[in-house]
Design a protein around this ligand. Sequence first.
Ligand code: ADP
Ligand code: MG
Length: 428
Amino acid sequence: MSFNKKTIRDINLKGKRVLLRADYNVPVKDGKITDDYRIKQSLPTVQYLLDHGAAVIICSHLGRPDGKPDPQASLKPVSARLQKLLGHGVRFADDCIGPATEAEAKTLKPGDILLLENLRFHAEEEADDANFAKKLASLADVFVQDGFGVVHRAHASTDAVTKYLPSVSGLLLEKEVNTITNVMESPKRPLMAVIGGAKISDKIEILKRFIDIADFVAIGGAMANTFLLAKGLKTGKSLVDKDDIPLAKDIMQLAEAKAKKQQFIFYLPQDGVVASSIDKTAQTRIVDWSAHVIAEVENYPKTPPPKSAIVGNGELILDIGPFSAAFIAGGMQLANTVVWNGTMGVTETPSLRGPVGPYAHGTEQIVEAMLGQFGHRPFTVVGGGDTVGYVESQGEVGLFDHVSTGGGASLELMSGKKLPGVEALQDK
Ligand code: ADP
Ligand code: MG
């Protein structure tokens, strides 16, 4: 299925004032942008609008200012970065609505850019408020949605505003929806999904969908712990969700049922990196519980499993182990498409020695395999807020075929859900 919404290519932009919803929710530390991937990804749309004779009024949110002005969440640093990246002047309005901004918008000529201050300085934005949307709409002649990261929410700048202006898609939104929809609906097979991260309940829809459509589903991260617990293995102090054990059992049942009918692998880690704390100085060891699983399966109780096969009561599983990482990386040598969401371990813990943290080795090995380091290079799609954040922090963002700018939105789209901010746009 291809994208069935009108885009900026389908309308006349000459002499028009365009209200562009971008997703400039970038990480900012001490007033400095630490990663500008989202800004860079929006440039083709901004440039297209300028080249076709429009004046561009850009709106976005940043952070969680909770409906009131907060200097920490100002878009001012974005204005400077945008100006630098475009090599083009960018004016800034201190409020996204109000008389001063309306007056400023009226002075815009084709080729001018005005960036509006954070939409979420007004509680009406997240409330999908009609009056607020009307005021935003009054600034322009056309609305362009390009903020993929927010289209899974019905907010004033994704939903209500489209009732007051002709509304079409930008180039980034079109690319995100097309790329993700294509890998879900007509991937080059074999299709492999690597799903990690924190909670099963957050990923239940996407897990079910991948069990349905993928040829190989590999699980990692804290989510794997709950599956292991559901299988009766010891997980010590690891992050688990006891409430999700029934969900884990359901998922495993779905996977087993599929594997009976066709070639399909559902892989849970067979070993892990464990430590007694998350700290970077903690002593780690590798626990290979596959022997324990085999002992259980073969009803082999005479010799208890060795300590090396059991996670201790005081230990946490913080990363997948080297066998698991190798197995998943090996699977990738057969896959032609890999979709990855969720880190394999606690990638945030910094290293004492080098660029890769003590619990990031599993994730790194998988990244290497995705990028063709072991010979074969599949088509690679990365989604999820923390996963993309990690890839950004490693400077790897440009190396994959598609790194989604949308966290929650990419997961909802992969799950097969409709996105309100896309639905609201004009059909082709
Ligand atoms: P995304 O936002 O990309 O969907 P998640 O939020 O689901 O990803 O998962 C990322 C988080 O999972 C990271 O903060 C990471 O620390 C955590 N995580 C991964 N593995 C483990 C683990 N073994 N124990 C605790 N936390 C983990
Ligand atoms: Mg997350």
